[in-house]
Design a protein around this ligand. Structure first.
Ligand code: 13P
Ligand code: SF4
Length: 330
C-alpha cells in the first residue's frame, strides 16, 4: 500500500463537514467545480453507490477510469482499484476517500514474492488477479478480473504452465473450469473465505425454493453447493434474469443494494458466515469509505494516488493485455 502520510482527512479534527442532505449537495457541487467523476464499486456503502456517476465491478471501473475525460477521479473502492485507475489514466488526479481501504489479497502478495515464485517456475506464465498492488502487477504477464478470468486463461498458450496469484480459491476454480494446470499463490479473500458451508446448507434447507449463488473467491465446499458461480456482474445479471424468486447470496453484502434495485420483487438472503457474531460478509476495507471522507477527499484533493512512472509503465503492460483480450466481455 501507499506510503502517503495522509490516510484520510476525517482524522484531521477541525475540518468542517456539511451534514445530511447538505453533504450530498456539497459533493455534487464539488463534482461540478472540479470536473470530477465518482466511480464506485458494488461493494461500497449504499449511500456512496447512490451518488456515483458509474457503479461497476473491477473490470468496468478500470474501463471507465481509462476513458474518462474528467480532471479528477474520486475512486470509491479499495486501494488497488484506485491505483489501477491511476496506472491507466496518469494525467488525471485520482483520490481515494481512505488510503487504508486495502484488500487481504492485495496486501498478502508482494512483487518480490511473485518474482521468487516465477524464478522457481521459469517456463510459467504469470496470470495475476487485479486484486494486487502495482509492484505485483509489474511482475505479471497478464492481469485478470473475476469477469474475464476464464476467457483470458483459455487464451493463454496451452504449452505453458500458469502461475496464478494471489487468490487460491479463484485459481482452483479456474483450473477446474479451463482444465489448465496452475501453480497457486496461497492467498484468499477474508470476506469470501468466511462463508460457512454447514450454515449455508441449513439456509438452503430452510428455503427450498432458493438458489445459492456464489463468487468464485469463495471456498470449494461453498462453490460445490452453489447453483450458479460468477463474478460480481455475472451474479447481478443472474438474479435479474433467472426465473427463481429467492436467492442466497455468497458474496460481499454491498451487492444486495444494486441487486434489489434490479430485481425489486425477488427475495435476497445473505449467505451465513462461520462466526455468528461478526459482519464478516461485509468487506471491512470497502466500508472504510464514507460520504464524509468522499467529501473531504474531493474538497482537499487528498489522499491522492501517486505512482512512480517506471513502475506505472511496467504495471500498465499486463493490464493493457487484459483489456485487449476481454473486449467481448461487458
Ligand atoms: P469484481 O472483480 O467482481 O469486481 O470483484 C472484486 C472484489 O474485490 C471481489 O471480492
Ligand atoms: Fe479484497 Fe475481499 Fe474486500 Fe474484495 S471483498 S476488496 S477481495 S478483501
Amino acid at each position: 500500500m501507499s506510503n502517503n502520510p495522509v490516510k484520510n482527512l476525517l482524522d484531521i479534527k477541525d475540518l468542517v463537514i456539511p451534514q445530511g442532505d447538505d453533504l450530498v449537495q456539497a459533493i455534487l457541487d464539488l463534482k461540478k467545480e472540479k470536473n470530477a467523476v465518482i466511480l464506485a464499486h458494488y461493494y461500497q456503502p449504499a449511500e456512496i453507490q447512490d451518488i456515483a456517476d458509474f457503479l461497476g465491478d473491477s473490470l468496468q471501473l478500470a474501463r471507465q477510469a481509462k476513458d474518462t475525460d474528467a480532471d479528477m477521479i474520486a475512486f470509491c473502492g479499495v486501494h488497488f482499484m484506485a491505483e489501477a485507475a491511476k496506472i491507466l489514466n496518469p494525467t488525471k488526479k485520482v483520490v481515494l476517500p481512505d488510503m487504508e481501504a486495502g484488500c487481504s489479497l492485495a496486501d498478502g502478495c508482494s512483487g518480490e514474492g511473485l518474482r521468487a515464485m516465477r524464478a522457481q517456475h521459469p517456463d510459467a506464465l504469470v496470470a495475476t488477479y487485479i486484486n494486487c498492488n502495482a509492484e505485483t502487477k509489474a511482475e505479471s504477464d497478464i492481469i485478470v478480473t473475476s469477469s474475464n478470468a476464464e476467457t483470458i486463461i483459455n487464451a493463454l498458450p496451452a504449452d505453458r504452465p500458469i502461475i496464478f496469484a494471489p487468490d487460491k480459491n479463484l485459481g482452483r476454480y479456474l483450473s477446474k473450469k479451463t482444465g489448465r494446470e496452475m501453480i497457486l499463490w496461497d492467498g484468499s479473500c477474508i470476506v469470501h473465505e468466511a462463508f460457512s458451508m454447514e450454515r449455508i446448507a441449513k439456509q438452503l434447507a430452510e428455503h427450498p425454493e432458493a438458489k445459492l449463488i456464489a463468487h468464485p473467491e469463495s471456498e470449494e465446499p461453498v462453490l460445490e453447493l452453489a447453483h450458479f458461480i460468477g463474478s460480481t456482474s455475472a451474479l447481478l445479471n443472474f438474479v435479474e434474469k433467472d426465473e427463481a424468486t429467492q436467492f442466497i447470496i455468497a458474496t460481499e453484502e454491498g451487492i444486495l443494494h444494486e441487486m434489489q434495485k434490479r430485481a425489486p420483487h425477488k427475495t435476497l438472503i445473505p449467505a451465513l458466515v462461520f462466526d455468528e457474531s461478526c459482519n464478516c460478509s461485509e468487506c471491512f476495507f470497502m466500508k472504510r469509505n464514507t460520504l464524509e471522507k468522499l467529501y473531504l477527499c474531493m474538497k482537499y484533493e487528498l489522499p491522492e494516488i501517486t505512482i512512480d512512472e517506471d513502475l506505472r509503465l511496467k504495471a500498465l503492460a499486463p493490464i493493457e493485455k487484459m483489456l485487449e483480450l476481454s473486449q467481448s466481455i461487458k
